[in-house]
Ligand binder design. Structure first.
Ligand SMILES: Cc1ncc(COP(=O)(O)O)c(C=O)c1O
Length: 462
């Protein structure tokens, strides 16, 4: 049985629909066992990113909000006008946080999507649709920093856009704006900047990208999926974070994930547009269908009002003060952890990061450090080119003692890595975590291994 399906021994795998339903108590008990054990992986604060809030009281409150509307469909506004309230207010609150008041020449708007990839996809679709409507149907392109998230590559793949990658400076990890300028041509619809990027937690030079976008007449999408709901508070707290939001006149859209530092449930994100016309360009209409005239604002059809209610509830229960308080604690732990990394002469932090930081070593393979930290339950995210590991600090790390434990475990792991510097590390970079045995293999082989991994993850129990 695969590692991804460890429950087969305890719970008889289902190969078909059970003939009779089981008792609710028994089902809930089984679910509780799995959830409790799985929560154990991150509750101690040793897991990078992923569980952004980690407060079970907050989750219980969101569950209550979700439960009241989980069965309702946001496509049917006549019977659920609450969906319009939640959606409109989530968009308004996010616009407020990202300085929508600076938009004076157009009317801004937004969409709620199912996650960061969805928000990015919707932005890319909108740029393509406006270009098609005004410039005809040809192959348009977008330019992203090589560090920007694969969601851009996926969106381009899905929507027939060409993706051009601009290099980053290896020391600062920030995109080379001259290289972006060199990649723009008459078919470019948008350029991208990350605030911050997933790998290094660094913010691209947004003011320069904004100037470039205005000068060349292209859109500028800011990927704030990771940082959009925490960097604004970091700015308010006085951290030296460059302006990246609608105060820059060239910024035409921003994605910001409520299911990350918005502390909402998984399955929700916001994409904002400087001009509501850009958003509206990707609305879908089918007026002559036998089932009735159909329209939907985004790629999804039916959507849960429950998730909208829970997202709204998360934002409203925290408010500015709550977000600021969480951010203060997260930034302070990130500072302490970065200090611990800097105390080792043979570790190097990449660029000038924020609440999320990445480090490598020029003296040994950093995955040796990761191998050792894993024994103490640490779960970092892995990168490549160069090999590095990153920690996106979240609320679980702000528990007392976690930053101190990080420093202690890091001391031990670095000493171990120095001693074993000539050995092959057993972990390597796989998005969202680290796994064993994929280093330095050919692309096709890696795809085969990953396909196998996905088959197992999705697999029908044997
Ligand atoms: C910077 C950035 N952009 C986009 C995404 C994609 O978000 P999602 O996984 O919610 O689709 C992520 C995810 O971590 C991210 O860190």
């Amino acid at each position: 049985m695969s590692d991804y399906y460890p429950y087969a021994e305890r719970f008889a795998p289902l190969h078909s629909m059970p003939e009779e339903g089981r008792s609710r108590g028994e089902i809930l008990d089984e679910l509780r066992q799995m959830a409790t054990e799985e929560n154990g992986h991150w509750e101690n604060g040793h897991c990078s990113g992923s569980m952004y809030c980690g407060d079970h009281d907050h989750y219980a409150f969101l569950t209550e909000a979700f439960g009241m509307f989980a069965h309702a469909n946001a496509l049917q506004r006549d019977i659920v006008p609450s969906a319009t309230r939640f959606e409109g207010e989530i968009i308004a609150m996010t616009l407020d946080m990202l300085h929508g008041e600076a938009i004076t020449e157009t009317t801004p708007g937004g969409l709620i999507t199912s996650g960061g990839s969805g928000s990015i996809a919707h932005a890319m679709l909108a740029y393509r649709e406006v270009a098609r409507a005004t410039r005809g149907d040809r192959r348009f392109n977008v330019v992203k920093p090589e560090t920007a998230h694969p969601a851009f590559d996926k969106a381009c793949h899905l929507f027939g856009l060409e993706l051009r990658r601009a290099p980053v400076d290896p020391d600062t990890t920030l995109v080379d704006v001259d290289a972006v300028a060199g990649l723009i041509d008459e078919d470019t619809v948008a350029i991208i900047g990350s605030a911050c990027n997933y790998g290094y937690g660094t913010v691209d030079p947004m003011p320069a990208l904004s100037d470039l976008a205005l000068e060349r007449g292209v859109g500028l999408h800011v990927d704030g999926c990771l940082g959009g709901f925490i960097l604004p508070w970091g700015q308010e707290l006085g951290y030296p974070i460059p302006t990246f939001d609608f105060r820059l006149p060239g910024v035409t859209s921003i994605s910001a994930d409520t299911h990350k530092y918005g502390y909402a449930f998984k399955g929700s994100s916001v994409v904002l547009f400087r001009d509501v016309q850009l958003r509206n360009s990707q609305y879908f209409y089918l007026t002559d269908w036998t089932g009735g005239k159909y329209c939907s604002p985004s790629m999804d059809g039916s959507r849960s009002v429950g998730l909208l209610a829970a997202t709204w509830a998360s934002m409203v229960t925290l408010g500015r003060e709550g977000y600021l308080d969480y951010a203060r604690r997260i930034f302070s732990v990130a500072d302490a952890m970065q200090e611990a990394v800097r105390s080792h002469g043979d570790l190097r932090i990449l660029g000038d990061p924020t609440f999320c930081f990445s480090f490598t070593s020029d003296d040994f393979d950093i995955y040796l450090v990761n191998d050792r930290m894993r024994l103490n339950g640490w779960r970092f995210n892995g990168q490549q080119y160069p090999n590095a590991i990153h920690m996106a600090v979240t609320r679980p790390q702000t528990q007392p003692g976690v930053a101190e434990q990080f420093a202690v475990d890091l001391n031990e792991a670095v000493a171990w890595a120095r001693e074993h510097a000539d050995e092959q590390a057993s972990s390597s970079a796989v998005y969202g975590g680290v796994a064993g045995g994929m280093n330095d293999e050919a692309d096709e082989f890696i795809k085969m291994v990953m396909a196998d991994m996905m088959d197992h993850q999705l697999g029908v129990p044997e």
